[in-house]
Design a protein around this ligand. Structure first.
Ligand code: PMV
Length: 323
């Protein structure tokens, strides 16, 4: 019996992943690009060799879908090493809302594969772990890395080249991401379900896929050149185009709540007043705002004055084994 603990930060995509070209392998239809964010984190302990399989999620025994997906990741790791998998205990907790479009599955599967690799003494390569994380939740492949991360689509049919790679570390650029928590409960439609429905029924989906790669090239250039205006524009447009593809699905997928639009309006008004911030939204109603460190307090004040809340996040480091 061996136990290991790992921590990972969530990441928020600046250029979004929305759609799978291979559902079984969890391969994306678009490249994506993200920023890993502290101090939010998932902490996961894996005990490799126990009496029976047990998943404890935020202190509560879990037998539902998340539990099965977690055990699926452990099974895949055991298959890769050629060793059998003993019963395992996985204890995982988030210090931020789970499944609310705040990327808890990203930090969750990143911490899980690292802890499982250490507990099983599998010794997989970083690339193999990044692929394993992707199989659990696509965006998790980006949370293994700190800072600015690109998940390229890859070309290999087995998906072995489709995983997150660091573009620049967390200390490359001292920006801020404000999180406007509109709802903290689980989202109404899971991201896989929302993506599949958009792919199957939205006439805008092909256009979304077609334009996405150019946005990633643009964002990468903006990050390397530390050009916040350029990055902000591409960030907001990627999120709005992703949501436009969902709005055109039949029936529409609408994650937004009234406060989502309030936050968007505050950000746009602030921009008109010379405070530079750009909004992004995921598979949920919460809004995240990318801005310069110096502008974070005044943007947060504008959001709270409008009756919203704002938490300030900073670029975070890579996932790591802590014990
Ligand atoms: O990793 P998943 O399956 O939870 O999908 C994430 C989808 C978005 O958060 C909406 C976009 C992204 O790139 O993170």
């Amino acid at each position: 019996m061996h136990t290991a603990t790992a921590v990972a930060h969530p990441n928020i995509a600046l250029c979004k992943y929305w759609g799978k070209r291979d559902a079984a392998l969890n391969l994306p239809s678009t490249p994506s690009l993200s920023l890993t964010l502290a101090p939010f984190r998932t902490r996961t302990t894996v005990t490799w060799g126990a009496e029976s399989d047990r998943i404890v999620f935020n202190g509560v025994e879990n037998t539902a879908l998340e539990g099965r997906k977690i055990l699926g990741a452990l099974d895949r790791l055991a298959t890769l090493t050629g060793l059998g998998r003993p019963p395992c205990v996985v204890e995982t907790e988030n210090d931020f809302p789970t499944a609310a479009g705040l990327a808890s599955s990203a930090s969750g599967f990143a911490a899980l594969v690292l802890a499982a690799d250490a507990a099983s003494k599998a010794g997989l390569s970083p690339e193999a772990l990044a692929v394993l994380a992707r199989r659990g939740s696509g965006s998790a492949t980006r949370s293994l890395q700190g800072g600015w991360v690109e998940w390229s689509m890859g070309e290999a049919p087995d998906g072995s080249d489709s995983f997150g790679r660091a573009i620049a570390p967390a200390d490359h650029w001292d920006v801020r991401m404000l999180v406007v928590l509109v709802r903290s409960g689980p989202k109404e439609i899971g991201s896989t379900q929302g993506m599949n429905h958009t792919m199957e029924t939205s006439p805008y989906y092909p256009a979304w896929v077609e334009q996405a790669p150019a946005d990633v090239v643009e964002a990468r250039g903006a990050i390397i050149g530390r050009d916040l205006e350029r990055l902000g524009r591409v960030t907001e447009r990627s999120a709005l185009r992703m949501h436009a593809s969902m709005l055109a699905a039949d029936p529409a997928v609408i994650y937004w709540k009234p406060e989502t639009l309030t936050a968007l309006e505050v950000v746009r008004e602030a921009r008109r007043a010379g405070i530079a911030g750009w909004a992004t939204m995921d598979a949920g109603p919460n809004v995240k705002v990318l801005c310069a460190a110096a502008d974070a307090p005044s943007l947060a004040l504008r959001l709270t004055t409008a009756g919203l809340t704002a938490q300030v996040l900073t670029p975070g480091g890579p996932a790591r084994v802590v014990g």
